[in-house]
Design a protein around this ligand. Structure first.
Ligand SMILES: N[C@@H](Cc1c[nH]c[nH+]1)C(=O)O
Length: 392
């Protein structure tokens, strides 16, 4: 399937896609997930703020006649969580099928409009059991569709968070490292500077500005930067350029005024280089943290328990590949993350993905925390993977 629109399918392809979407949802319903249908048009700001850079760059954003900024949903999780919050007291296990929209550059073989079948498990008391249930249901959906061969990639952001929390870092660095986990290139740059104990090599006017900012609190510093940009006639785009420029400059100010112990920086780099089978990786993480006298035992115990429960549910995660630096492309994840991949599909290899997002519902307005985990199957990709396996 190489077209950029799902409307280009022929009759047979159309029926196959619809049948598979219905079958995957039926599997989720059979496991106790109530079907819901969320609007295709959504308020843009929520997605701009919460889905992360990759999705943000691919969103279709437009204004309605009243001037309200809307978008075509780029995924189903945020729409389904919004529905859940509107219908307070409703079911907490929800599933949904529908079209989602993500811009792709001209010439890209990826679809701009494609079908997801997703499930969201909200407010479960036992987080690890819910994680295990969701990844097992994802695997079952693929098996029911007839797919046999795939790889599983897993990660756990809670391990990274625990590490950053356990280290002795200068103020501001914890949240910054966690936030920038989602911008891999910039994150590496930050880490390299941190590991080198680099206080920044800025000279002249920029250094003067950085020194001036270092003395101000964050809000005040942002105001100053905004004024400077306005004076220079630089127009912010949707308020974001100013925010991002301000953030960068503040980071440089903090880098210049604080130093992170080299050992801590090296531990973070060493930790983020860990990948392999989950078992090997956990042993390596234990050795790394133990050697440094840092304890992230609670997070490791949760990881191990999740693995056991998943194995009990019938999915052999020892076949999975784990990487500490694996985080998916959605910024709302807070813990366990996973993807099912079929390498033969090339750029479309990722046929199903999901993870835990414990802070999203609070950010959407929930009065008290609602832990959550879910996943989505890409229907066109699953169809292509099954066809490929059958040699079609
Ligand atoms: N919405 C995610 C999948 C997911 C569902 N729930 C949690 N994650 C995606 O589009 O990849």
């Amino acid at each position: 399937m190489s077209s950029t629109s799902m409307a280009a399918l022929d009759g047979e392809g159309l029926r196959a896609r619809e049948a598979l979407a219905v079958a995957v949802r039926a599997g989720f319903e059979g496991a106790g997930y109530a079907p819901v249908s969320a609007p295709v048009m959504q308020p843009a700001d929520i997605f701009l703020d919460m889905s992360g850079e990759d999705i943000r760059r691919r969103m279709y954003v437009f204004a309605d006649p009243a001037g309200e900024e809307l978008c075509l949903r780029p995924e189903l999780t945020i729409p389904v969580c919004r529905l859940y919050l509107e219908g307070a007291g409703g079911p907490k296990k929800l599933c949904s099928v529908g079209a989602v929209y993500r811009y792709q550059q001209k010439g890209s073989a990826k679809l701009r409009e494609f079908t997801q079948a997703g499930l969201e498990c909200l407010d479960a008391a036992d987080a690890e059991a819910a994680d295990a249930e969701v990844i097992s249901l994802a695997a079952r959906a693929l098996a029911d569709a007839g797919l046999k061969n795939y790889e599983i990639e897993i990660g756990d952001l809670a391990l990274f968070d625990a590490l950053v929390d356990a280290l002795d870092l200068p103020p501001g660095w914890r949240s910054r490292l966690k936030r920038h986990f989602w911008r891999p290139d910039y994150f590496r740059e930050l880490l390299a500077r941190l590991a080198a104990g680099d206080a920044g090599d800025e000279t002249g006017d920029k250094q003067a500005l950085i020194s001036a900012l270092a003395g101000l609190d964050e809000e005040r510093a942002k105001d100053v930067i905004e004024d400077v940009l306005k004076l220079a006639g630089i127009a912010p785009v949707g308020g974001r350029t100013v925010e991002e420029v301000a953030e960068r400059l503040l980071e440089q100010a903090e880098l210049a005024s604080s130093s992170v112990p080299r050992a801590a920086a090296e531990l973070i780099s060493g930790f983020l280089a860990v990948s392999g089978t989950p078992k090997e990786c956990i042993a390596r993480i234990k050795a790394l943290t133990g050697g440094a006298g840092v304890s992230i035992d609670a997070a490791i115990a949760r990881f191990e328990r999740r693995m056991e429960l998943t194995a009990k549910a019938g999915l052999d995660l020892s076949r999975a590949h784990f990487a500490t630096g694996f985080g998916r492309n959605m910024a709302y994840y807070t813990g366990f993350v996973f993807e099912f991949r079929v390498a033969a599909l090339g750029v479309d290899a990722m046929i199903c993905g999901g993870g835990r997002y414990d802070d999203l519902l609070s950010a959407l307005g929930a009065a008290s925390p609602v832990p959550a985990v879910g996943c989505a199957v890409g229907i066109e990709r699953l169809l292509a993977a099954v066809a490929k396996e059958a040699g079609k």
